[in-house]
Design a protein around this ligand. Sequence first.
Ligand SMILES: [Zn+2]
Length: 298
Amino acid sequence: MKQVSFINAFISRRQLLLSALALALLPKKQAQAQAQEENVRLHIAANGHAPHRGQFHPVTSAGKKIVMIDPGHGGIDPGAMGHEGSEEKHVVLEIAHNIRDILREHPRIDVRLTRETDYFIPLYQRVEIAHQHDASVFMSIHADGFTHPEASGASVFALSNRGASSAMARYLSDKENAADAVAGLKVQEKDNYLQQVLFDLVQTDTIKNSLILGKHVLQQIRPLHHLHSQQTEQAAFAVLKSPSIPSILVETSFITNPVEERLLGTTAFRQKMAGTIASGIISYFAENDGHNRQSAQV
Ligand SMILES: [Zn+2]
């Protein structure tokens, strides 16, 4: 009995689903390579030293949580434009740099950016980058526009497998997803039935965590800036489609609203928004760690 709860504490439903999905998606060659890798580990455990080989090792971060910040748009894709000519791609890069500066001070967080400067990255590649870095969370930063200049406030979005939760969510996801069309890119999706079922199960779990992450960020923004929507909204944003990394998209403000365009142009506002997003991430990790400690004590 005691042994069962001990195992439960360490093998969560989420971990099991992730392992099953990894196996289902693994091409045969890669599965062989992984088996080889496993044998090497066993060899090290048995002999205390690694055999000579020239294999790639993923970046590790000494027990730190990796946060991937994704400044939206870039390069040939300027994003939304304000009436005074501000471009979303520049504003969000500044905010992302500010978030990085704040999170760098945290001893248990290692923060990385999908883009450091003004260049274009396709949406699916942004998700890939987060996976390559083994990120614990993915946060896409935007400052979009709407057809009505009076639209204002910040909003937080998570992925939806079904319909968009509001007309605004659909409008914004359509606009964000059009970014790859700017560069003439087309992503092919091919999945067999089993992969799809496993994928859906894992993604449902990931969306649940994305909504929790969204709640933490909204709680931090609420006292400091007007919210366009009080809840984390959901829509089919391509950049949030990681099956395993909790991912949210933060629309910091509407660049098409003249008052907010001016705010977005100030260092003080950019730092304020960066501060709320960084605090949201830290409080999300604190809640998660609390749950893990509780289940380990069962
Ligand atoms: Zn955007």
